[in-house]
Design a protein around this ligand. Structure first.
Ligand code: GCW
Length: 646
């Protein structure tokens, strides 16, 4: 294996003395914590004591690390905290110059999860780093890589993983049947021993296939009994299973709407059946009409989640969590924040991001997404009655604003069975970063990047500086050379890769930019689809008005002429030309910064990223020229700077 990323440090037993101050009666978490420390080369000859403290403010997962002349002490209130603390200690020790470590850290978010879109045949929906390492040929596989993965998750602060695709199909339906349940149990035990809870996706329509039931109507007694029996069975074998993630009434999948019921009735069906076992139901809000007629000027996909869920506030059981995508559409390079955040005080919510780079370069382009996620989390929702608790998205999803029982952050993962886990070596910064960010959202994008660079490439200053620059330039660069000003979907429909400005324009997906020869964008204020009115004030008024809408979202909210002047002082058309030229130039800069590292880092690691840049250099120019030509041909407006347009 050529790289294990930040786990590289793990080598052989080396004589570091780790003592556990307490009763070790068969506790796998503590065993694993001790083993990690003992087998870590960089801790050679250190004296480390692990122990419990009665300081309950550390909660289940927090820890305190301190340094004295005797050595190091890692304390926690619970065993889960000890293993998080052990991993964190290794990172901090490796990053620290003077080796004095003194931290107390408690995770901000209760749930910090990854969602796999892995299918049982081994493929991964929107996977860009090889095939699944959970599933091969319709079988569930548990091996060394699975263990390394559990270690990675724990070392980054994740505490939950959903291993199968939300689009549950084929054999995946059997994960909760006799055929696979004992293997799922084995997997649960492995993850549990690293502090990570296992979750599964389920097929809401499953009872339809049972000839004795033939329905999935949430109010049908037979359906209710079917799920009760099913959860009784599952939990009799895997009592610690975290629960289930559900995609219903979405993209062709049946759900409560099929039976004229609400989303709350659908979610509560499962929540009530699972409640005696203390499981949770994570219910996705990605519900919209994906059979839209592009001629229909009234329907707006952006409005859908709010329209279907907002009025149900208070109707969901307390073991339901709504999982809501960061934006109202679908993981575009730029979208406004979904207006449901801050508007449902009585309903648990968690936010869903995507580190699988479906629309952001598919792990062939470098695109460090943490700065984007930070912007989303920092968005002020102006939730009513939030008071001192705060009402930014980060406050809402961490449960602070409304005192949610369950809440947190999850991301669609970017991992696969490629040797480096994430396809592009630099995409590992997103896997690392999302774990750290969900543990502590106050960390800056630069802090997270610096940690990752140090742990992955060592502490050389030039290496750190160049990679940091590349990472921090990468998301803005991608935005510049792809779809402009928040408009989204100028991408090839087949794979969601590469430019195709009209690719979605006459499709059924509700994702239109409506560019004509004199205007571009959609009117989503009160004179248009009304989407802007879903926000609390003053956001609603800000988006209502062209003059107060931020430039980067202008075309998401408004239809404007190409000579409309942005706050930057440029016209829309000139902004499009300029950013597209700039974006492609930024890629040249990033590639040059990488080239400078030739000879300074492992050659193979250097070469892998070098090759990805070769592609990105070409492909960013393709984006630039296709998008610029598209608008040039529509408008016949020349570039002010006289650059070539085709
Ligand atoms: O972005 C879309 C993807 C689908 C995905 C869906 C979802 C798993 O293109 O591949 O299906 O979102 O989030 O459910």
């Amino acid at each position: 294996m050529y790289t294990k990323l930040w786990l590289d440090y793990v080598t052989d037993d080396n004589g570091c003395i780790v003592s556990f101050d307490g009763d070790l009666s068969d506790n796998k978490l503590i065993d694993n914590a001790v083993n990690e420390l003992r087998s870590c080369n960089c801790l050679k000859d250190l004296n480390i004591v692990l122990g419990f403290t009665d300081d309950s403010s550390l909660g289940d997962e927090g820890y305190r690390i301190s340094t004295s002349v005797m050595g190091y002490k890692i304390e926690a209130y619970k065993d889960t905290g000890l293993i998080y603390g052990a991993f964190r200690f290794i990172s901090l020790y490796r990053l620290s110059e003077d080796k004095t470590i003194s931290v107390t850290e408690v995770p901000v978010n209760k749930l910090r999860m990854l969602n796999h879109w892995d299918n049982m045949d081994g493929s991964i929906e929107r996977g860009y780093s090889g095939n699944s390492f959970f599933f091969v040929n319709n079988d569930l596989v548990i091996n060394e890589r699975t263990k390394d993965y559990a270690r990675i998750l724990c070392s980054l602060g994740y505490n939950g993983v959903v291993i199968n695709n939300v689009n549950v199909k084929g054999e995946a339906c059997n994960l909760i049947n006799e055929k696979f349940i004992y293997k799922v149990k084995e997997l649960e035990e492995l993850f549990y021993s690293y502090g990570v809870k296992l979750y599964l996706c389920l097929n809401y329509a499953a009872p339809i296939e049972d000839p004795d039931v033939g329905s999935a109507d949430p109010l049908d007694e037979k359906v209710i009994k079917w799920w009760e029996d099913k959860f009784d069975y599952i939990y009799s074998i895997i009592p610690r299973l975290g629960g289930f993630l559900v995609k219903a009434d979405s993209e062709g999948r049946p759900g409560p709407f099929t039976y004229g019921r609400t989303q709350a009735e659908g979610a509560n069906l499962l929540a009530r059946a699972i409640a005696p076992h203390h499981g949770i139901i994570i219910w996705r809000c990605f519900v919209y009409n994906c059979q839209q007629d592009w001629r229909d000027l009234k329907t707006d996909r952006a409005c859908a989640a709010y329209d279907y869920f907002h009025d149900l506030d208070g109707q969901f059981d307390d073991n339901v969590i709504l999982q809501i995508k960061n934006g109202p559409m679908d993981f575009q390079i730029r979208e406004p924040v979904t207006p449901l955040f801050g508007k449902m005080p009585k309903t648990n919510q968690m936010i869903e991001f995507q580190i699988a780079q479906e629309y952001t370069g598919q792990q062939r382009h470098v695109c460090y997404l943490i700065p984007w996620f930070k912007e989303v989390l920092g968005f002020e929702t102006y939730a009513e009655n939030a008071g001192k608790n705060g009402s930014k998205v980060v406050d809402v999803v961490s449960g602070k604003t409304f005192g949610y029982k369950y809440s947190g952050m999850c991301a669609v993962t970017n991992t696969g069975n490629d040797e480096n886990w994430t396809g592009h070596d630099l995409a590992a910064a997103n896997l690392y970063g999302f774990g750290r960010l969900s543990f502590d959202p106050s960390l800056s994008s630069e802090e997270i990047a610096n940690e990752w660079i140090g742990l992955t490439y060592g502490n050389d200053e030039k290496v750190r500086e160049n990679i940091l620059k590349i990472l921090m330039m990468s998301w803005p660069a991608y935005e510049k050379y792809s779809a402009p000003l928040g408009i989204g979907w100028m991408v090839c429909p087949a794979e969601h890769y590469g430019p195709d400005p009209d690719g979605y324009e006459y499709s059924r997906w509700g994702t239109y930019h409506k560019a004509t020869h004199d205007t571009v964008g959609l009117e989503r204020n009160s004179t248009g689809t009304g989407y802007s009115m879903q926000y609390n004030e003053p956001n609603a008024s800000m988006y209502e008005n062209v003059d107060t809408t931020p430039d980067e979202l202008l075309l998401f909210f408004h239809k404007v002429p190409y000579d409309h002047v942005l706050k930057s002082g440029k016209t829309v058309i000139q902004h499009i030309y300029d950013t597209h030229f700039e974006g492609a130039e930024d890629v040249e800069t990033m590639a040059r910064l990488w080239d400078e590292l030739n000879g300074m880092i492992d050659h193979n690691a250097f070469k892998r990223v070098f090759e990805r840049f070769e592609h990105q250099l070409w492909h960013s120019k393709e984006w630039r020229d296709v998008i610029n030509s598209y608008f040039y041909r529509k408008t016949l407006i020349e570039d002010e700077k006289g650059r070539e347009l085709y």
